[in-house]
Design a protein around this ligand. Structure first.
Ligand code: ZN
Length: 249
């Protein structure tokens, strides 16, 4: 007998005594998973038990096989998903916050400058300064520091443009990097969800089939019992309603 009396069962993979609550009966394991188990354990029996640790290991192996079959070589992202599936880890995380936390002071400043440079307030501010500069140098003679054709203004504007361009490109590159990380995270979560759903669907199909088989067995036994009773006691059956009738009246 594989099942022991004190609530522990023998895992047929690792050969250890495990509690029945952390083990599952072989016949309840999905056939697709059984195929994977049989490859390394040819003596697998549906009457035996398997502990959850081994079951999760085979589950990971099974997912790896499907992914390799469908996609060829596995990437490091795929491996991470398989690991998370085997260990029942959460995969989703807030990448935006993590990414922002590791930015340096210079990078954060570049983002702020790029944000201001691309706003209407910057355009209004720059236009205001230029208009004041032109007006003062055209009409207020005693304050004039840059007479027509405003060579100093030209120099200042060129310097601002020259510095602004690399800062904005820096910020855009970082935005692209952030989007790339986010897309990678989304891919991982989607892949895991897809695999989990497939697993659940297989499991439900398997459980339903098993349950149906058992129901048919039980029904068969019931039918046999009823036939047996009907053959044995035809007379007693007729007497029962009369007896009951007397008691009520
Ligand atoms: Zn085991």
């Amino acid at each position: 007998m594989v099942k022991k009396q004190n609530g522990t069962v023998l895992c047929q993979i690792c050969g250890k005594q495990k509690s029945a609550s952390v083990s599952v009966r072989g016949e309840l394991v999905r056939p697709s998973l059984v195929n994977t188990i049989v490859k390394s354990h040819p003596d697998w029996s549906p009457d035996g038990y398997i502990c959850f640790t081994d079951l999760n290991r085979f589950r990971g192996q099974y997912v790896k096989e499907i992914l390799e079959e469908e996609k060829g070589e596995l990437t490091s992202i795929d491996r991470e998903v398989i690991k998370s599936l085997t260990e029942h880890d959460l995969l989703s995380r807030d990448t935006t916050r993590e990414y922002e936390e590791q930015l340096t002071f210079g990078e954060k400043t570049a983002d702020k400058v790029a944000e201001f440079a691309g706003s209407w307030s910057f355009i209004a501010f720059a236009t205001g300064i230029i208009i004041i500069w032109l007006m003062v140098n055209l009409f207020i003679v005693f304050l004039r520091w840059d007479p027509y054709p405003f060579i100093l203004l030209n120099l200042v504007l060129s310097c601002i443009a020259a510095l602004q361009a690399p800062i904005i490109i820096m910020s855009q590159n970082r935005q692209a990097e952030r989007d790339r990380i986010r897309a990678q995270e989304d891919y991982k979560v989607n892949l895991k969800a897809e695999l989990e759903i497939r697993h659940l669907s297989d499991k439900i199909d398997h459980i339903l089939t098993k349950q149906w088989d058992r129901m048919m067995d039980i029904q068969q036994i019931q039918m046999e019992l009823m036939e047996e009773i009907a053959q044995k006691t035809p007379k007693e059956k007729k007497e029962v309603p009369q007896k009951n009738g007397n008691q009520i009246s």
